[in-house]
Design a protein around this ligand. Structure first.
Ligand SMILES: Nc1ncnc2c1ncn2[C@@H]1O[C@H](COP(=O)(O)OP(=O)(O)OP(=O)(O)O)[C@@H](O)[C@H]1O
Ligand SMILES: [Mg+2]
Length: 324
């Protein structure tokens, strides 16, 4: 079998915002690789930097961006240092697109379904209206929206249908990589399951690679080949998804897993004490140490490096390492 190509690679990607209280580093030294047809799930508590990372990959920076650094390779080409015009023409939406967090609630209220879906083609790709409508119609059927819904406005659609519209919008430009930022969070469980099934189907049919962002580790497992755990702006552990559940190596991942209910066990659920740290003045050493039940002396003093814990398994944690 041919080796899968790496479609996206991040190398020490960091991003800092200007705030009134000082620089806030929302993403710190994030590195990972995404192969064609694979899904990387990114999980972590609210405020850990998931959306900042996602938008950063698409170079959609807010006005108060202070600094961005590192490298982003799309199909082997470094794109963070590319001219904005080239990036807009050749990368954003065409190679990599995104379903934004909460997008289904910010659909343009005065555009019909067919217009919402064809708009990216007209705006970003300069396509004429008739070709764009034809392509949008293909997408309607691909994402399971009945043709009769093409002429409806957002207020006439259910949550699940609106989510299908935003997924269609992200796919209409034929990207290889799609970032899905909490695509099912606002939906009821049945609709969530339908959307997850749709995402699986689209991935297979179009050989897509996904970055699937969620705070819900149960949904992450359904789709992910690999899972990255983010804490305070950093990826603290990354592993194949089965290893994530069976052999977590970071204190934070262990405590996260202990805090979620499973159908199979009757274990007592533990919550993680405290709250995520300030990203303006993060703790010294390991950023998780003030909340970690396994904390050791070294964790308070020295930032852990990324240790290799197994095959394709890395964690920034001293547990199980000799470190004197
Ligand atoms: N434009 C901005 N200016 C200043 N701080 C920001 C900005 N955008 C985000 N932040 C801060 O950066 C940190 C990371 O935010 P981000 O939205 O990336 O987190 P998240 O993991 O996506 O959270 P959630 O799960 O709630 O969506 C937070 O502390 C947030 O308050
Ligand atoms: Mg977010």
């Amino acid at each position: 079998m041919r080796e899968k190509e790496t479609v996206l690679r991040l190398n020490n990607f960091s991003l800092t915002y200007k705030t009134q209280k000082g620089p806030l580093q929302a993403v710190r030294n994030v590195s990972f690789e995404l192969k064609e047809g694979e899904t990387l799930a990114i999980v972590g508590e609210s405020g850990c930097g998931k959306s900042s990372l996602a938008r950063g990959i698409l170079r959609l920076f807010p006005r108060n961006l202070e600094k961005v650094s590192g490298e982003i390779y799309m199909d082997g080409q470094e794109v963070l240092s590319m001219k904005e015009e080239d990036f807009r023409k050749n990368v954003r939406w065409t190679k990599i697109s995104m379903v934004f967090q909460g997008a289904m609630n910010s659909l343009n209220p005065i555009l019909k379904t067919i217009q919402q879906i064809s708009e990216p083609l007209i705006i970003h790709m300069g396509m004429d209206k008739i070709s764009a409508y034809n392509r949008a119609k293909e997408l309607l059927s691909l994402v399971g929206i009945p043709e009769s819904f093409a002429e409806r406005y957002p207020f006439e659609l259910s949550g699940g249908m609106k989510q299908r519209v935003v997924i269609a919008m992200a796919l209409v430009t034929h990207p290889k990589v799609v970032i899905l930022d909490e695509p099912t969070s606002a939906l009821d469980v049945i609709t969530q399951a339908n959307i997850m099934n749709l995402l699986k189907l689209l991935k297979k049919e179009l050989n897509l690679s996904y970055i699937f962002i969620t705070h819900d580790i149960a949904t992450a497992s359904e789709l992910a080949d690999n899972i990255a755990v983010m804490y305070a702006g950093e990826i603290v552990e990354i592993s194949p998804s089965e290893v994530f559940y069976s052999k977590p190596a970071h204190g934070y991942t262990m405590m996260l897993l202990d805090s979620v209910p499973t159908l199979k066990t009757t274990k007592k659920l533990k919550s993680i004490p405290g709250s995520p740290p300030s990203l303006i003045n993060p703790p010294t050493g390991c950023r998780f140490h003030p909340r970690c039940q396994y904390v050791m002396d070294i964790c308070k003093k020295k930032e852990p490096p990324m240790f290799q814990k197994g095959e394709n398994h890395y964690a920034k944690c001293y547990i199980g390492e000799s470190h004197e």
